[in-house]
Design a protein around this ligand. Structure first.
Ligand code: GRF
Length: 231
């Protein structure tokens, strides 16, 4: 099992990325900004949302990226409605020749239809140090548990929610007077650094998945270090 990108392709053309988002889209924006700044050698070929009014779609339009709203409602009530919906997503991703899928605040369970099609080619970002605090309200759970540090995690997507081989993590301190909102904001600023970096590592063909572990080739060269992400 490997998340390594074929290196032949690396030299020929930019990595084609598809982003799935349901809301604000600040992580999408971080990816766009990293590409514009030359820190990420990739191209977003489509931004897709299950929410018509997602700010992520506005951001896509603002940057002249293909934006797609795929309404889940017509699929509801059908047998295997989630899988059928994901098949429709897959059609969009294939049409835009997406090589790597990024979940960026995508608030819908992804089924095996997408996961198998993009095995080790689909990433998610989560606002905690997984495996601690999976699921919703991770920052609130971190505060309630009394941890001194939380953070964020970029991982490959598998069928279990917020599981899957971990690519990068950043550690963020929890301050005494934090609210879920202030902690979320502090973590978010690190998410915006971490996600583009994980994508760039993939684009460079430097991620190798062995079971649950991701080996980063030449990890000493990472452009920024919080606590060193071991190779
Ligand atoms: C982020 O905190 C991300 O970790 C989580 O959902 C939030 C999405 O924020 N999965 P945004 O839509 O990227 O601004």
């Amino acid at each position: 099992m490997s998340g390594e990108r074929p290196t032949g392709k690396l030299r020929q053309e930019k990595l084609r990325v598809g982003v799935l988002a349901s809301g604000r889209g600040s992580n999408l924006q971080a990816i766009i900004d990293a590409i514009d700044a030359g820190r990420l050698d990739a191209r977003i070929t489509v931004v897709l949302s299950n929410k018509k009014d997602a700010q992520a779609l506005d951001r896509a339009r603002h940057h002249n990226l293909a934006d797609v709203f795929l309404d889940p409602k017509p699929y509801a009530g059908q047998p295997d409605s989630r899988e059928v919906y994901d098949r429709a997503i897959l059609d969009v991703l294939r049409k835009h020749e997406v090589e790597l899928v990024l979940l960026a605040g995508y608030m819908k369970i992804v089924t095996s239809v997408l996961i198998n099609a993009y095995e080790n080619r689909m990433m998610n970002i989560h606002p905690s140090l997984l495996p601690a605090f999976p699921g919703l309200e991770a920052q609130k759970k971190a505060l309630e548990s009394g941890v001194r540090f939380s953070g964020c995690t970029v991982h490959f997507v598998t069928e279990e929610v917020d599981e899957g081989p971990i690519i990068l993590q950043a550690v963020v301190p929890v301050e005494h007077d934090d609210t879920p909102e202030t902690l979320a904001e502090r973590i978010l600023s690190w998410e915006h650094k971490l996600y583009p970096q994980a994508v760039e590592l993939y684009a460079q063909g430097r991620l190798n998945v062995e079971g649950r572990r991701v080996h980063i080739m030449d990890a000493t060269n990472l452009p920024f270090v919080v606590l060193r992400n071991p190779s």
